[in-house]
Design a protein around this ligand. Structure first.
Ligand SMILES: NC(=O)c1ccc[n+]([C@@H]2O[C@H](COP(=O)([O-])OP(=O)(O)OC[C@H]3O[C@@H](n4cnc5c(N)ncnc54)[C@H](O)[C@@H]3O)[C@@H](O)[C@H]2O)c1
Length: 399
């Protein structure tokens, strides 16, 4: 099987999550070769681990490396520029969520990749999770009828995790950072075509930015949905879900409270000291940091869990379980166990491989991600203007 050469633009926390699943990536027809980043110690670590070429800027990597695919995991406000560079040099692209921070940037990225004839997949979102994909498959199979309603709830500590205040403000708290996960999950289950929405945000008095939202949306097919996200919460949705965390690993029950306490302590420092401390803590999770520990294999894992999503269909109801999906039908609940097959970033790499080598359509392409960003933008607009927003850039699920 033809192997593709894979390079990384940005070796931060998102890339450390890719590397933490090297056991999965290694089963795919890729060979990891080159990388670029601004942090010299991350480049040293990469060179030691993979032996490939390293660069301190994306232009040089794209010009001097023969990688087939670049994985772009730089901050969201760099995505457009880095996608345009990669496309100009004929590289296929996986770009982390959010695809960009404006619809105009998404359009420019689509245009650049189409003009260059390269494939782009916009990830990583929890719509790749096996239980979400399984629920979509059940809907498509028609055994429990049409989707009537989807309700998705996620309560966690997002706003108080370690990241620079500027990063939190750029993404309007969780709206553009976490919104793409929840919106992608709900759009995938509801068929993709959101007709309109109305939303209200809550503020987080600790981080002084948006802390979450409550959003009601309608799909063109008549289904209704609520999306609730609270990233400054003392309650944790994992409490209702066997304390399984976002990645399928164990989530400590006290984490939300501890994160708030930490954040409150940092607020007692000067602004500069607080920022330095936040970045120092975030650095611990970036690729190449001294404390970075590669995981993979071994430990018990369950399905990834990005909040509880309940899907009400005409003749049954579904939700995720720890290890699969539960379908509630006339004969009682039935659990469908799912293996820990490829999900997340490994699933993305598999999907874009099929696009590049097999010329198969890419489900999570630029148009899909633009439509998801349109919903996030509409949430922000509805909050600001206190009115219902009609969507116009939606695309259906590509089955
Ligand atoms: N942190 C996570 O767990 C996570 C999860 C999913 C998605 N993401 C997404 O991944 C993206 C990156 O977030 P992150 O949390 O990994 O940030 P980060 O700050 O940890 O990493 C960004 C990396 O990009 C490098 N970088 C910045 N500008 C650069 C440039 N011009 N050229 C080359 N390298 C450059 C930085 O040195 C850093 O190593 C964001 O879009 C975010 O939403 C992050």
């Amino acid at each position: 099987m033809r192997k593709l050469k894979l390079g990384f633009i940005g070796l931060g926390q998102a890339t450390s999550k890719v590397m933490a699943r090297r056991d999965e990536i290694d089963t795919l027809p890729y060979v990891i070769t080159d990388a670029c980043d601004l942090r010299p110690h991350a480049l040293d670590a990469f060179r030691k681990e993979f032996g490939g070429k390293v660069f301190d800027n994306p232009e040089d990597l794209c010009r001097h490396s023969d990688v087939d695919v670049v994985y772009i995991a730089t901050p969201a406000d760099c995505h457009r520029e880095h996608v345009e560079i990669a496309a100009r040099h004929g590289k296929h692209i996986v770009v982390e969520k959010p695809m960009a921070l404006s619809l105009a940037d998404c359009e420019a990225m689509i245009k650049a990749t189409e003009a260059a004839g390269v494939k782009m997949l916009a990830g990583h979102t929890h719509s790749f999770d096996a239980p979400i994909r399984k629920m979509r498959e059940i809907i498509r199979g028609g055994t429990i009828g049409d989707v009537l309603m989807i309700n998705s709830w996620n309560f966690n500590d997002f706003n108080h995790r370690s990241r620079l205040t500027s990063e939190l403000k750029t993404t309007r708290g969780p709206i553009y950072n976490q919104g793409p996960h929840q919106v992608d999950v709900v759009r995938q289950l509801g068929g993709g075509m959101v007709k309109s929405l109305k939303a209200k945000a809550i503020m987080d008095s600790l981080s002084e930015t948006e802390g979450g939202w409550s959003c009601f949306m309608e799909f063109e097919n008549g289904a209704a949905a609520t999306l609730v996200y609270d990233g400054r919460s003392l309650f944790d949705t994992s409490e209702l879900f066997w304390w399984v965390g976002e990645g399928g690993d164990a989530r400590p029950p006290e984490i939300n409270r501890r994160q708030r306490q930490k954040y409150r302590r940092l607020k007692g420092l000067s602004r500069d000291e607080m920022e330095r401390e936040l970045d120092r803590e975030k650095e611990q999770g970036r690729y190449g940091a001294k404390a970075f520990v590669q995981r993979g294999g071994g430990e018990t894992r369950h399905q990834p869990f990005f909040g509880l999503t309940v899907v009400s269909c005409d003749r049954g109801t579904m939700r995720q379980s720890r290890d699969g999906v539960i379908v509630y039908g006339d004969d009682g609940p039935q659990e469908i166990p799912l293996g820990l097959e490829l999900h997340g970033r490994a699933a993305e790499l598999k999907e874009i491989y099929g696009g590049i080598v097999g010329n198969r359509p890419i489900f999570h392409d630029g148009y899909w991600a633009l439509a998801t960003l349109e919903v996030c933008t509409a949430i922000a607009e509805s909050v600001k203007e206190s009115r219902e927003i009609t969507l116009s850039r939606q695309v259906p699920v590509r089955e």
